[in-house]
Write a protein that binds this ligand. Structure first.
Ligand code: SF4
Length: 342
């Protein structure tokens, strides 16, 4: 799909036609009629952060009474619970702590791997860049050291919109587009898989969204290292950006963007729809708008819920949602491999 074709779709009112086209591409990638989900847990090891992103309701400045750094014992306990619930992975992310050096992260990763068989999908690009900076290390050495002590893959957080005009407005202090991409490029070159995300509906234009999709498509062409693309919408509650962006993206806008992502990112195998921000019903419709995965059961979620999105789902809810959309539900692991013949 050319950029102009994508632009025309964004401007079109033919939502159903766009959805059907995306559904056809989804079927080409996943002809077996399966839609997947994962049982895992978000662990946010710290909410201390120096970046002050205007869309974020989660962070606390250093020294704030509500700030925390989770002790290792608490992290282990959360992982133990996750495994008991059939979980296979942990998505661990936090704020950008100005004082934690790489040894702290290495110690945490090592201590987890010594105790549990669990996939560790941790540290978005801004966190990795922050660890490198605080520790005085190169980006490559930082990723190698984290990998060697237990990091299995890297989540696509911190991408928001990969366009520096938008980033200047909503996350001025955080890494720029080039830096975000470079973390993923280096990780891919080391054989590590990562995901790509996009947070939209934060006052950006369609052109900005297309710039984002272009960056992801080009890097995927170069490395092939992205397992999935996960678009989700800005949640305005309790954020300073929420006071200037009048309303959150509608379900129609979400579905259209999801479908165009499926069409545009033909080289990314998996597209995930988000029940956490959209609710279960819109997520279910998303399975007919290009998505083949509904994400995680989210045993714990702190970041989006801090901004007012309080949807919840258990494994059986996700399986029913998938079945009712006409697909066979299958549990997968973090790398999108089916786990059971269920
Ligand atoms: S989005 Fe991440 S980097 Fe930005 S303020 Fe929140 S925790 Fe910090």
């Amino acid at each position: 799909m050319t950029r102009q074709e994508a632009l025309d779709l964004f401007r079109s009112d033919d939502l159903i036609g766009i959805g059907m086209a995306a559904d056809a591409v989804r079927r080409r990638h996943h002809p077996e009629g399966v839609a997947t989900y994962i049982i895992d847990r978000n662990i946010n090891y710290t909410n201390f952060c120096t970046e002050y992103c205007t869309f974020c309701a989660f962070y606390r400045p250093l020294g704030h009474a509500e700030g925390y750094v989770l002790p290792k014992e608490t992290i282990w306990e959360k992982i133990r619970e996750t495994i008991e619930l059939g979980g296979t992975g942990v998505l661990m992310q936090g704020g950008l702590h100005p004082e934690l050096k790489i040894e702290w992260y290495e110690d945490m990763l090592r201590s987890i791997k010594e105790r549990f068989r669990i996939h560790l999908h941790c540290f978005s690009s801004p966190e990795i860049l922050n660890i490198a900076e605080v520790s005085g290390l190169s980006l490559r050495d930082t990723i190698v050291r984290l990998r060697d002590t237990g990091l299995d893959s890297i989540p696509g957080g911190g991408a928001e919109i990969l366009d520096d005009e938008v980033r200047q407005r909503i996350s001025r202090l955080k890494c720029n587009t080039k830096e975000w991409l470079e973390v993923h490029r280096v990780a891919h070159s080391l054989g590590m898989r990562t995901t790509a995300t996009m947070m939209f509906g934060a006052g950006e234009t369609i052109e900005h969204r297309l710039n984002h999709l272009d960056h992801i498509r080009r890097l995927q062409e170069e490395t092939g290292g992205f397992t999935a693309f996960i678009p989700w919408t800005f949640q305005a509650g309790n954020t300073s950006l929420g006071r200037s962006v009048h309303e959150e993206a509608t379900a129609v806008e979400y579905l259209k963007t999801l479908a165009i992502s499926r069409l545009y990112l033909d080289n990314v195998e998996n597209i995930q729809c988000s029940w956490v921000t959209q609710g279960l019903k819109t997520c279910q419709v998303g399975l007919r708008f290009g998505a083949n995965d509904v994400g995680s059961t989210m045993i714990e979620e702190n970041v989006v819920s801090a901004a007012g999105a309080h949807h919840s789902a258990e494994e059986e809810d996700l399986r029913r949602l998938i079945r009712d959309a006409g697909f066979i539900p299958k549990q997968r692991d973090t790398l999108y491999r089916s786990l059971f013949l269920n």
